[in-house]
Design a protein around this ligand. Structure first.
Ligand code: AMP
Ligand code: FE
Ligand code: FE
Ligand code: ZN
Length: 288
């Protein structure tokens, strides 16, 4: 009984459709999976239906682009109410800025004599939350780069001519937004932040968990984050961060976390809802 709580579809920068991803999840034998597309929950409805058909439990989620102390970090939100108005407004803002960023990257590419059209990137991305991988794929398709690595290396990575900073919300705000939408806030792949000093601040802000298991975490790093989670009483999560074929090979199946992690998350969500219910109801009479 295992789960993968970090997966992307073509509603952000993955290459699988929700149906394809759910198919892979079922073939890997997962009991539960979460969809964590960047700054969007657009794929969750289809993923939920595709998982239901295949008998896989589905956790609606997203991976928010955030920052703390000048460091970029990604905050996973699990069991989110995708209909929550404030969450929808924030996600729409992320997406609008991401689309604007595509125009800026294309303009910068034009500035160095690389002719790609924003329309071509949007057509290829075909989603509301486009990013650099879509620009990279467009460059490869147009024959302007021979592979994705070359596109990032020559144009898209930080310091290169077409690099444009990304819109981020403060990590504190991300935690608050996730809670407001009924979800749990979990720091994604802490090993990629190269700054564990961020963790206690976010715990103070109410962060619920730490993604201890991740494809980019070595065994030693995983152990380290399990110890930190234990010490700070954080929930433990993990996932493959599968982007389909966009990272060369599909990573789904490479990380399998015990299903008990999902049960712990569900217990916490229910506990939080009960606490909020009591607070909102206000009077002891409403408790029963
Ligand atoms: P963005 O959110 O638009 O800044 O794009 C970030 C995405 O680009 C992440 O999913 C990264 O994994 C991906 N990425 C970064 N470098 C590369 C690379 N060399 N090849 C393929 N994908 C990359
Ligand atoms: Fe990504
Ligand atoms: Fe991430
Ligand atoms: Zn991810």
């Amino acid at each position: 009984m295992h789960a993968d709580l970090h997966l992307h579809t073509n509603f952000s920068d993955g290459t699988y459709t929700p149906e394809e991803l759910a198919g892979h999840a079922a073939r890997c034998g997962f009991k539960a999976v979460a969809l964590t597309d960047h700054d969007t929950m657009e794929g969750c409805e289809r993923m939920a239906a595709a998982c239901r058909e295949r008998g896989v439990e589905f956790v609606p989620a997203t991976e928010l682009t955030a920052e703390h102390d000048g460091y970029e970090l990604h905050m996973l939100g699990y069991f989110l109410d995708s209909k929550n108005t404030r969450l929808q407004t924030e996600l729409a803002k992320f997406q609008q800025v991401r689309q604007q960023r595509i125009h800026e990257m294309v303009a910068r590419l034009a500035g160095v004599g690389v002719p790609v059209k924003a329309e071509a990137v949007f057509a290829l991305a075909n989603c509301r939350s486009p990013g650099r991988p879509h620009v990279a794929r467009t460059l490869v398709q147009a024959g302007l780069c021979s592979n994705l690595d070359e596109a990032f290396e020559r144009f898209l990575r930080k310091g290169r001519p077409a690099w444009v900073p990304k819109f981020k919300i403060s990590a504190m705000e991300a935690v608050d937004l996730i809670h407001h939408a009924g979800g749990l806030a979990v720091m994604a792949h802490p090993g990629l932040n190269h700054n564990d000093g961020l963790i206690p601040d976010l715990v103070d802000a109410g962060m619920d968990g730490l993604e201890c298991f991740h494809t980019k975490h070595s065994t030693a790093l995983t152990q380290r984050y399990l110890e930190i989670a234990d010490r700070l009483q954080l929930l433990v999560t993990g996932g493959s961060d599968c982007h389909g074929m966009s990272k060369g090979q599909p990573l789904i199946g490479s990380i399998k976390i015990p299903y008990e992690c999902v049960e712990r998350l569900k217990e916490r969500v229910l506990q939080r809802a009960a606490e909020n219910g009591v607070m909102l109801a206000g009077t002891p009479a409403c408790k029963s």
